[in-house]
Write a protein that binds this ligand. Structure first.
Ligand SMILES: Cc1cc2nc3c(=O)[nH]c(=O)nc-3n(C[C@H](O)[C@H](O)[C@H](O)COP(=O)(O)OP(=O)(O)OC[C@H]3O[C@@H](n4cnc5c(N)ncnc54)[C@H](O)[C@@H]3O)c2cc1C
Length: 400
């Protein structure tokens, strides 16, 4: 438990960033590249944040973003595959196989590798990252100089006065919660679909792999040279206890049509519902929400981390333009700019989820065999038409 605060120290900075995940660290490094000072307050320890495994693909658009800022080195990963394999009833099909221009789809950078790269680069550059900051609270975000209070590792109370607060504290964080309920709205959607995901020390597939079949949807993606993330569609309400390791491996082998799938040690297991929630607007006074603090998107389509990166750049450039020249255009347009991309990616994720689950016998929202056949027809069209595959390619790369 955090000891009670003993004394207060007031400091001042331009941007107080709450949360040291992908969005917070990226905002910090981009602001720093503009010569703007920022303090990052992260609730967890450095080692916890660096080990937390989630997303795996930095889209092509975001790879270019880092390179444009001269920060390509933070992306320690390996090039992504050109094509996704969709295994339909056990038959391998390649998405976009015959389509020119689908090279360079992105970089396979597991989220924790990106986080490690960002933290190392920030600390090497003397950035102010404060881990194990507890009881973070926001005050006066509607005024000219917001105040952020927190208790440091030593239990002492601190106050940071700032020009802007970047709310980068993820889903259900304190930043979004501090916005009055009548100051905006949240567009929420529950897909009624639940996934089980595991991380395992199992060799990755030759290509990113999604399997469609009447037993249900499954997928396997690389998370490094010797690790894979697997997904299984499971019954709504299932818990980790319903899925002992041998049941998971048996189901994966059956759905992936891979009887020889190597079953390495499972290092993490999670069960969660697919859901979306988009907060509008993404700012309130001088508080700006970035990443999951503003919008949640199902992992289908691999866009959550990439939206966090997009928001970070939009925020950093807006603050840069304001501090350098008093230009408020970027700040005023921040929410609209980010929401426009968010909705595009929500539509993509929704389109994918409909298609993959419907084609696997479980149409989102029901609809029985009619919707199953419609989604099979959609999938077949994407797999056989370059025009249809181009939509997928544009969205997956982030260039659409
Ligand atoms: C199982 C899983 C698989 C996923 N797969 C993909 C994928 O393949 N592709 C993809 O693009 N995305 C994927 N995502 C989504 C992606 O991980 C998130 O969208 C991304 O982490 C968002 O980054 P963020 O910085 O907004 O939030 P986070 O990464 O959640 O970072 C928020 C940070 O804020 C800190 N924090 C929280 N509260 C406080 C507080 N009060 N004070 C201080 N700090 C606080 C947290 O400790 C955390 O470090 C996946 C997510 C999950 C759970």
């Amino acid at each position: 438990m955090t000891p009670p605060p003993r004394s207060r120290e007031r400091e001042s900075t331009t941007v107080a960033i709450v949360g040291g995940g992908v969005s917070g660290l990226t905002a910090a490094i981009l602001l720093r590249a503009c010569g703007i000072d920022a303090v990052v307050l992260e609730r967890r320890s450095r080692s916890y944040v660096e080990e937390r495994q989630r997303a795996g693909v930095v889209e092509y658009r975001a790879v270019h973003m880092f390179e444009r800022w001269g920060l390509g080195d933070v992306l320690h990963g390996f090039p992504g595959d050109d094509f996704m394999e969709i295994r339909v009833d056990g038959q391998p099909r390649l998405l976009g196989e015959n389509m020119p221009g689908l090279a360079d789809t992105g970089r396979l950078v597991p989220q924790q590798a990106l986080v490690r790269g960002l933290i190392a680069a920030l600390l090497a550059d003397g950035a102010d990252l404060r881990f194990e900051a507890s009881d973070v609270a926001l005050h006066h975000v509607e005024g000219e100089r917001p105040l952020v209070t927190y208790a440091g590792q030593d239990g002492r109370a601190h106050e940071i006065e700032c020009d802007f607060v970047a709310g980068c504290d993820g889903d259900r964080g304190i930043c979004a919660a501090s916005i009055p309920a009548d100051a905006g709205e949240v567009h929420a959607y529950d897909y009624g679909i639940w996934w089980l995901t595991i991380l395992a020390d199992a060799p990755p597939p030759e290509r990113p792999l999604m399997a469609v079949g009447m037993r249900g949807y499954a997928a396997q993606f690389a998370r490094g040279p010797k690790a894979s993330r697997f997904y299984l569609h499971v019954a709504a309400g299932d818990t980790v206890a319903d899925w002992p390791h041998d049941r998971i491996w048996a189901e994966l082998k059956a759905r992936l049509h891979a009887p020889d799938l190597p079953a390495g040690p499972i290092t993490a297991t999670e069960v969660f519902p697919l859901r979306s929630a988009i907060r509008e607007p993404m700012s309130h006074g001088r508080l700006y929400l970035l990443g999951d603090a503003a919008h949640i998107i199902p992992p289908m389509g691999a866009k959550g981390m990439n939206l966090a990166l997009f928001d970070a750049e939009a925020f950093a450039t807006a603050v840069r333009d304001f501090t350098a020249a008093g230009d408020e255009t970027g700040l005023r347009g921040y929410s609209a700019t980010c929401l426009e991309r968010t909705w595009r990616y929500q539509e993509f994720s929704n389109w994918m989820a409909d298609m993959m689950h419907g084609a696997s016998g479980h149409p989102v929202g029901g609809g029985g065999t009619f919707r199953q056949r419609i989604m099979r027809a959609r999938l077949e069209r994407v797999l056989s038409s370059d025009v249809a595959a181009r939509y997928y390619a544009e969205m997956f790369t982030g260039l659409g």
